[in-house]
Structures are given as C-alpha cells and as structure tokens.
Write a protein that binds this ligand. Sequence first.
Ligand code: B3K
Ligand code: ZN
Length: 860
Amino acid sequence: MSQVSSRQAKKLSDYKAPEFTITDVELSFELNPQATKLTAVYQLKSASGKAGTLILDGQELKLLSVSLDGQLLNADCYQVTAEQLILPGMPAKAQLELNIELNPQANTALEGLYLSNGAYCTQCEAEGFRRISYYLDRPDVLARFTTHIIADDTAYPALLSNGNLVSSTLLPDGRRHVTWVDPFPKPSYLFALVAGDFDCLKGSYTTGSGREVALEFYVDKGNKNRAQFALESLQRAMLWDEQRFGLEYDLDIYMVVAVDFFNMGAMENKGLNVFNSKYVLADQQSATDTDFFNIESIIGHEYFHNWTGNRVTCRDWFQLSLKEGLTVFRDQQFSADMGSATLNRIDAVKTIRTAQFAEDAGPMAHPIRPQQVLEMNNFYTVTVYDKGAEVIRMLHTLLGQDGFRKGMDLYFKRHDGQAVTCDDFVNAMQDANGRDLTLFSRWYQQSGTPELKVHSQFDAKKREFKLLMQQHTPATADQADKEPLLLPVRVELLAEGASLPYLLEMTETQQEFSFAVSQKPVPVLLADFSAPVKLQYQYSMDELLQIARDAKDGVARWDAIQQLWQIQVKAAIEANSSGAEYQLPAALFEFYRQLLVKPLDDLAFTAELLTVPAYDMVAEQFDEIPVQTLVVALQSFQQQLATQLAEQWQLCYQSLQAEAYQYQQQQVAKRALRSVCLHYLAFVAGKDELLRQQYNSSDNMTDQLAVLRACRSASHPLFAELMSAFEQRWNKDVLVLDKWFSLSASYPQPPVFNTLEQLTAHPQFSWQNPNRVRAVFGAFYQQNPAMFHSEDGKGYQQLADVVLKMDAINPQVASRLVTPLLSWKRYQSARQQQLKAVLQAMLTRDLSNDLYEKVSKSLS
Ligand code: B3K
Ligand code: ZN
C-alpha cells in the first residue's frame, strides 16, 4: 500500500477553531459500483467575516470540477494535494460546488463509501467523510445536510440517509431519486448513506410526549425474523433513556441497517445506524445468550449516542471520551437495569483488569483524553471507552444518582447543538452540584493504572480500626510524572455478622481513615470496583473466604475469589520452580463443594464464582508474564477441580434440567451454571455420552456451543467429531460459522497451525471481511495463549504475516490485530527477541499510518 498521508501527529494543544464553517450541505449521489458521481454543494461562512484561504480535507478522491458561486473555476485557481483541496481567496460568504468521482467497489478499507455484499454503505467516523468529498472534516463544523440518492430502482429499492425522507421519484430511465433532509446540524462523521435490496422489519415507538417514531431494521433477505430481538431492544432503550435521563428521540424515523462488512460493532449516524450484522441478527438456534446480551447493549449504546454524541458532540477528536466514555457508562447502566447489575459490573471489571491495564502497561498508553494522535482510528481504545466509562462512574459515585442527573440536565441545557470538550462536561457536573471537581479532572490528563496500597491497624483498647492508604501511579510510556488522583474507595467493614458501608475519598498520596468499632473487622476494600486501580492488601485465605461469603457487594465477593486464585497461581509458580506439582488447598475445594451442593439464589453469580480466572486476567498481575507456567497451572487447577468434585459437578448439572429456550434472566443464569458444570465434566473421563447428548438434544446455540467450548478447553477427543457436525450444519450461515472459525483457531494444541491454514482456505473465509479475519486470528491470540506464545515463535510470526497482509487490505483491522505483538517488554528474553524481530521486520515495510503509529511506538 503506498502511503500518501504524512506521519505528522496532531496535538491537542494545537487546537484552533476553524476559520471557515459550512452551514448547509447538499449532496447528490448517482450510485455506480466503480464510478459513483457526487455533486457536493456547500454554503460557506468565514468566522471572522473576512476572505481567506479555505483548506478542505480529502483522500483518494477523483476531483472532476470546482465551482464558486456558480462559476466554474480554472484548475489554477486551486491546489489539490494528496490530503487537501486548497482554495485561496475564498470570500467571507460563498457557495462552493464540487464534482467528484468515487470507486466504492475498490474500497476494501471499509471507510468512506464502500460495497458490502453488493449494498452501498458508508462509514465516516472518525475521518472517513474526507474519502467521500473534500470537506472541513472535523467534528466542530456542524451543518444541515440534504442528501439526494439516485440509483437503479430494482437493484437498490432501499435508498437511505440521515433525517427524514422528503421525496421519492421514479425517473424515466428506471432509476429512483430520493431526497433526505436532516434538520439537525451535524458534523460530517455522522453522515450516512445506504443503498441496497433488504428485508425490512418495521416497528414503532411512541415517545413520552406522544410522538410516533417509525423504527425500521434493514437486513439481508431472509433474515427478518432474526431482527426481532434487536427491534425490541431498541424500544426498551428508548423507554429507558426517557425514564432515567429524561431524553426523548427527536426525529420521526430511526433506522438500523445490518451489514456483513464492517470494521467494528456499529455506528451511531444520525437517524441511520449502521450495524455489524453480528450485533443485530439473533435467534435461539443461531445465537448464544451472550450474543443476545451484546445486541441489546450495542443497540442501546448507539441509541444513547443520539444525545451523548450527536445532539452534543465533540469539539475535536481528543475529546472522544466525552461521547464514548459517557455512552458506555449509559449502556452499562441500561444493561444493569435490564438484567443483573452484579454480573454486568463483573464483566466491566474484567475488561479494565485485562485489556485496559495491559494498554496502560504497553507502548500505546494514553490518558482517556489523549494528547497526541497520528491515526485517530487507533484511539477507539479500551482506555477511551472503558476507562472513560469508569471515570464517569466515579463521578456518579461521588455525586450520587440525583446529583449526576442534575449535572446531565445542565450539560444538555448548556450545550445542546454544540461541539464541546470534556471540561465542559465536568464543569456542568461541578456547577449543578456546587462541588469543586478540579482535582477530579486529573483523570482526563493522566494515563496509567494507579496502585492503591492499603494496611490496617486495630487498636482493641481504643476500639479503633485504621486504614492506611497510599496511592502511586507508575510511569507510562507516554508520561513520566504522575500526580495523586481523587479516588472514591468504597469499603465495607465485616464484623459480628454485620457489614457497614463507607465511601472514602482519597485525595492525597497517603491518607489515614479511622473507624470506631468494637471488634477487629475484615475490611472489604474497593467494593464495586469503585475506582479503576490495582489494589494491594495482605488478606489471609480465611479473610478472603469470609468476604466471598459475607460481603454485601457482589463484585467484592467475586473479587475475593479472584484474589484467592491469584494466591494459588503464585504458589503454583513457586512449587513449579522447585519441580513440585502444586495441589490446591482443601479449603478451596470445600468452598466449591458447598457452592455446588447449595448454589446461591443467583445461579449466574454462582457460575462466575465457580470459574477459574482466564489466562489474561491472571497474566495482568505480572510485570513479566510467565506464559507457559501460567498456562500449565491454570489447566492443572481446572483438572484438579474437575477430578476432586466430579460427583458434585455431575449432580449439579443434572439438577439443572434444560427447558424450552427463552432469552430470559433466570434461564440465562441456569444455562451459565450448567455450562460451567459441563466444562469441568469434560475434564473427567467417561463423559462422552453426556457431552454428545447435550450437543444433540439442545434446542439452542448457547447449550451447543457450551459443549464445543468444553471439549476444546479439555482437548477432548469428541471435539473433532462435533466440530465437523457443526461445520456441516452451518456452513451456509457465515455469522454462525464464525463461532466455528473461532473455536478451531483456539484449539490449544500444535495442530492448530495447520488448522489456521485450512481455515483461510475455507470457501467461506475472506480476507476482505473483518468478521472472518477476527473470528480466526482474533480468537487465535485472545483465546489460545498456549499456541500464540508457542516457544518456537511460530504464533508471533503467524500473526505478523496476517497483520502485514491485512494492512494492504484494511489498515484498521490490521492495526487492531497487531496489539498483542506490541507488548514484547512483558515477556522473558527469548520471547522478547522473537517479538522484536517480527516488529522490526514490519517497520521496514511501507505501512499504513494506523500500523506505523503502533509498531514504531512499541520499538521506540
Ligand atoms: N462511534 C463508533 C465507533 C467509530 C470507530 C471508528 N474507527 C461506534 C460507537 O462507539 O458507538
Ligand atoms: Zn460509542
């Protein structure tokens, strides 16, 4: 791929308000796969009221002509570079018309206008609109858009864009001309166009103030039934946002289009969301409980963006967390209200502790508001999104639900229709609550994972319990000096069967908190994971077991078990270095035995407690990750639990009879616990019949996939047989087949390297489709640590080859895939050498900015 763009990073500190703005845009597309004609008309206004040079962004565009106020300009009146259209002497007020030709068929980067299975669609965030037309492609330029689409009426009956449809005319040549008008001024990144032949599932929603909104889901032919759940999720999200935040939808129509070729999950374009079909389509046969969950959460997320993102947008891309952190927080609250608050919180904590802490510890560390960016698409990160949501959650914790709502109300009152900064958001929270949040704002500037060290003291005479806390944030790749942060620390003190809750606010490097108590309590620290930090406190095993049993907060109970497992891992590593085999302690078996004999009321929570932490969760606790030892230890723990409690797993499994499938909380919980039992049973000899029976008799994907996963994890001989049955059943249905691709790629034994080659030769595999590539190679590095880190370096080489291949096709996908190769500093020397060698080799190639930014940072 030849690199036209410059390697010049942009800095937040260089932000300047635009000299010109565009108030109105009229776009006319005549669609054609290789030669789409676009006429773009802009009403321009200079901010100063003076004439000046107008510089528009544009990439890979064929510019046919330029007219100013109706006059065709000679080519010497403007200058076209690889990334800009420069027009000197632009009057203070003007109408500019551009004629452009686009080639959607050649667009494999899936940014701008492209074809997905024959349907036209667009993706503009962050800077994709400049691949459609020359424009002031920045979020602080808000314009009213009118979009005309002209296309063959038979081949493309659905012609969609933002806003409301105002006209539709059949032309004499068999083409149709439609016009959409979006009354809400918006930045270019929210523009969307879709044209295709879809099935459409229709529904409606009546807002609190009585307005009727048409809801339309456009899906591939034959898939209408699979969109029902997404439609209902949208209706739930619309109601929830009215009830929780007083926010109503504002257009007459809300459309969602499901496409197969998409770089990420979904996109919140005004009135016309484009979704990866994976997050729209589901039925019990083809989708798991987790798929249903994700659909509801992502449908909610994109819908919530209509206020947090669209009505109030970002001034510049450094402020991305303004909309993303806040919207993730909102979708998390929504999911918590729709299902189990504790389970949702546990999932969020896992994301922070694995991917986000890893990002802080690696070469791409950045604050939730980054200060410097080469390729914006590289900053749609777990830090900006998920740590961003933790920061919002801390505000919610500090201000309380009502205080937070007051802040949100003021934020919308002040900024509706504007492009603003994270400071504007914090100021609204501050002013609405009369509380100084200056110290809190550091969370936006400082990167890294704070460490919170806690000691306790009990004075029996004084009847006083003290917590001595210290915070320290280690230096990160991007920032050496760190300052103390405001940490909300939820604490419970367990004593005499009671639990007393506290919310401590830590503001200094060191602080002491005293509590009057009659007996020495067990402190439950950082309940609900009230701040995204690493906690250190010397708990005894008994204390952890007590917390697991008695704490009020479910997250703390789960966390106690996580810490117990961390202790086991460390003990196993020590035993291993002395050549001994490590046996789990009796107390742990006993705790698990009791849980199995008498599961808690919440079966899903029980299932979580019974699950040995995943590799990446454990790995993140180590500065230098002992890969092989961890893989072996975790496998041995599962084997020991399986063997020691074989009878209990079996009895618990049998007590949870399957019922006719519904996606409904209690059923989901029951299936989760059944799957955990099944997982351990796969490690026990003689369970073939049971496994086969569940696979063949279940009426849903959740239970079937549980069998395949269990067999994969235990390297069970049945795996091959069942996988081949699965492939035959689903090979026409790629979305489902992706599950098979992932399972195949995560088989933890050396034949997987041959399998990977076979998978890419499968008739349904395509390098052009990000879902396929991620299904195979994403799964390989995320779910197959044993083989990805295989000692000969084969796993690293394999991924590096794929990354380079993908960079020429789709840089965004390549740049996501490269992530696990970047953290070479976290491994022992042989692995470090192998990783560095593949990265250095990569850097000698002609890389996209996306990949260059990451690889060069990791080697600097
Ligand atoms: N805003 C989009 C993400 C765009 C990613 C661009 N590379 C989806 C979301 O967060 O809702
Ligand atoms: Zn978002």
